[in-house]
Design a protein around this ligand. Structure first.
Ligand SMILES: Cc1cc2nc3c(=O)[nH]c(=O)nc-3n(C[C@H](O)[C@H](O)[C@H](O)COP(=O)(O)OP(=O)(O)OC[C@H]3O[C@@H](n4cnc5c(N)ncnc54)[C@H](O)[C@@H]3O)c2cc1C
Length: 291
């Protein structure tokens, strides 16, 4: 199918992009990698009056990694972040999750920030941002604001980005020393969106007991479901954790819905299994072991 007609703009500067977005108001849509927007246009599930292609705006493709975390610019492609040694060192969960996003061809074009704004409850990157307590920086003619992950995802395919705003970057915080992360999911076909998935982060204390444990679950709610499971996991060494009890605790926290891909009960069961798998791997990583 062909998209409905729209006014196409390709600004050359950030200022121009914000101008044309402000002018368009609620009828404006940003085009980044196009891997979600173009199919939506072609299927006529979206009909914006104006599409603002930001691909020529300079300075938006940065990946800045440091001790506090990784700031990813609006035009940094999934593949660039996945391959960045600095990003992987500062926050390994980025690479672990990005390997599960779609196929390499889509990752070559799709952007991490686009995935956050798109806010698909089955997508990996919103869960990563939510688990880490990251944030998204939004710019408009009125200035900039930094929105924490807990306030950014407002519903299925809905984010806090307002008409006239461009998400210019996202920040993924690093974790304390002796921390580890992992991401596990099940998809019906390789590269598909997950039927269920869990990102996990674990931190160990000086005696190598679990002092913090968190999971973020995808495809089991309208937004990523983040749960602190420290009480179920710690403070004890990973080898002494009652993992069946942890799985039960996670299962109790999610309220999935059934659809043509999986029943609600199967999604809940899978989330418990994947949570344990991800938490155990995160604990191994925190010990400095390869999983
Ligand atoms: C076959 C297929 C399989 C896929 N599988 C997965 C998967 O398993 N997991 C997954 O997470 N994703 C998957 N995707 C989606 C892919 O990751 C997209 O690239 C991503 O969701 C959106 O990024 P984009 O840069 O392509 O955004 P676009 O398609 O350009 O935009 C998506 C939406 O976000 C808005 N937007 C984008 N950037 C900005 C910005 N900077 N500021 C404000 N608004 C913005 C757009 O206006 C639009 O509403 C898949 C896509 C395809 C086609």
């Amino acid at each position: 199918m062909k998209p409905p007609p729209f006014d196409y703009r390709r600004p050359a500067t950030l200022g121009e992009a914000l101008d044309v977005l402000a002018e368009a108001g609620p009828g404006g849509k940003v085009l980044a990698g196009g891997q979600s927007l173009i199919p939506l246009l072609n299927m006529r599930l979206a009909a914006p009056a104006r599409v603002v292609d930001v691909n020529r705006v300079p300075g938006l493709d940065g990946i800045e990694a440091g001790p506090s975390g990784v700031r990813v610019g609006a035009l940094a492609r999934h593949a660039a972040v996945e391959r960045s040694p600095g990003a992987a060192a500062a926050q390994p969960l980025l690479r672990q999750a990005l390997r599960l996003v779609a196929h390499p061809v889509i990752r070559n074009r799709g952007t991490v920030v686009g995935s956050l704004v798109h806010a698909d409850p089955a997508a990996e990157m919103p869960a990563v941002l939510a688990l880490l307590g990251g944030s998204v920086r939004l710019a408009s003619l009125g200035g900039e604001r930094e929105v924490p992950a807990a306030e950014f995802f407002t519903g299925p395919m809905e984010s806090a980005a307002r008409p006239g705003e461009l998400a210019v970057s996202a920040f993924f915080p690093a974790l304390p020393a002796r921390s580890g992360t992992a991401f596990h999911e099940v998809a019906r076909r390789h590269g598909d969106y997950a039927v269920a998935g869990v990102a996990a982060a674990i931190t160990l204390d000086d005696d190598l007991r679990i002092s913090a444990a968190r999971v973020a679950c995808v495809s089991v709610g309208p937004v990523p479901v983040v749960a602190d499971v420290t009480a179920a996991c710690g403070p004890r060494p990973a080898a002494s954790v009652d993992w069946d009890a942890v799985a039960a605790a996670v299962r109790d926290l999610v309220e999935p819905e059934g659809d043509i891909h999986a029943t609600a009960d199967y999604r809940r069961h899978l989330t418990g299994v994947l949570a344990v798998r991800a938490l155990r791997d995160a604990a191994s990583a925190a010990h400095g072991e390869e999983s």
